[in-house]
Design a protein around this ligand. Structure first.
Ligand code: BTN
Length: 258
């Protein structure tokens, strides 16, 4: 690999399903993984970088990536129709939510914000960026990018951010990765075996703002309504003032009440 594989500082214990590659520094683990996808890398390939110099966020934004936080991309090859690809972001969100909850003081509630953010007391601690490649009508690869603010968080964000450390966790990146990997795998397997229903239900149990008034910023529009539900494909079901429902597949959610 062009960036030179490094050995982890300490030996990590991950389920053997994963094939871990550790990078000292990389532009973006998602970008690097796309190269491995083209080379035919197998499902379970996991790229972990100690820092990123061009970390990517949702909707063309950047992702601040100094050392001390978690940056990874996991390669999945689900071979499902493209309409099911978005479900994988929710698979990751529930696995990550359970992981973070296990590493935080019990009085803190981890919540899921549509589509795939995780919040602690309303502040963003983690973002997920799934990128799908479709060939012959099937999703032949999903590069599942996950970033978690472990030690530090950016201050110049349009939303409130936080880190595990700021929320009172002593977990380091290695402990987080070792805790996350089996949970992620368990939820991925469950999704494969049982479909989206259990993932959707778990996500709804953890969701913030369900049933409440929200605003959704789209590319060119700002919609107001009630966050009615998550539909069977992972779209946000927004109930408008006139009672009609609109399914949103991409956008940013705001909670005017909070
Ligand atoms: C978001 O905007 O909420 C998604 C952020 C995703 C960041 C992660 S960090 C590891 C992976 N590589 C990237 O360049 N981005 C994702």
């Amino acid at each position: 690999m062009s960036h030179g594989l490094q050995h982890p500082e300490r030996r990590l214990t991950l389920p053997s399903w994963f094939s871990l590659h550790t990078l000292e520094s990389v532009g973006s683990t998602n970008e690097e993984m796309q190269r491995l996808v083209r080379e035919g890398a197998p499902e379970g390939t996991l790229l972990w970088a100690l820092e990123q110099t061009k970390g990517r966020g949702r909707r063309g934004r950047g992702w601040s990536s100094p050392r001390g936080n978690l940056y990874l991309s996991l390669l999945l090859r689900p071979m499902v129709p493209p309409s099911e690809a978005a479900q994988i972001g929710f698979v990751a969100a529930v696995g990550l939510a359970e992981t973070l909850a296990s590493l935080l003081p019990p009085e803190l509630r981890i919540r899921c914000k549509w589509p795939n953010d995780l919040l602690i007391d309303g502040a963003k601690v983690s973002g997920i960026l799934p990128e799908a490649t479709v060939a012959s009508g099937l999703v032949e690869a999903v590069v599942l990018g996950i970033g978690v603010n472990v030690l530090s968080f950016p201050t110049e964000t349009p939303y409130r951010a936080t880190s595990l450390a700021a929320a009172g966790s002593k977990a380091d990146v290695e402990t987080l990765l070792e805790t996350l990997a089996p949970r992620l795998l368990a939820w991925y397997r469950r999704w494969r075996e049982e479909g989206f229903a259990p993932v959707r239900q778990r996500w709804l149990d953890l969701a913030i703002g369900l049933g409440e008034p929200i605003e959704v910023r789209l590319e060119r529009d700002l919609l107001s309504g009630r966050f009615a539900s998550l539909d069977a494909s992972g779209a946000l079901d927004l109930e408008l003032a006139n009672g009609t429902h609109r399914l949103i597949t991409a956008g940013d959610v705001f909670y005017p009440a909070s």
